[in-house]
Design a protein around this ligand. Structure first.
Ligand SMILES: [Zn+2]
Length: 62
């Protein structure tokens, strides 16, 4: 559960990392892209992991 950063709705399937819901990722890819890029950057900095590892951690691909 969480509040989507874009539509501000409470969603059951909200990525903790991205903070955007699947509906927005699907329907507003241009709006969600900065969040996705930022999340990837933060994840890499925090865990010092390469990008492809972060990608594999994601359940939902675009
Ligand atoms: Zn949303």
């Amino acid at each position: 559960m969480g509040i989507c950063s874009i539509c501000k709705k409470e969603k059951p399937f909200l990525s903790k990392v991205l903070k955007v819901c699947l509906d927005c990722i699907r329907e507003k890819p241009k709006d969600t892209l900065p969040f996705i890029k930022k999340a990837h950057q933060e994840a890499r900095e925090r865990y010092n992991l390469p990008v492809f590892f972060a990608e594999s951690q994601k359940r939902h691909k675009m």
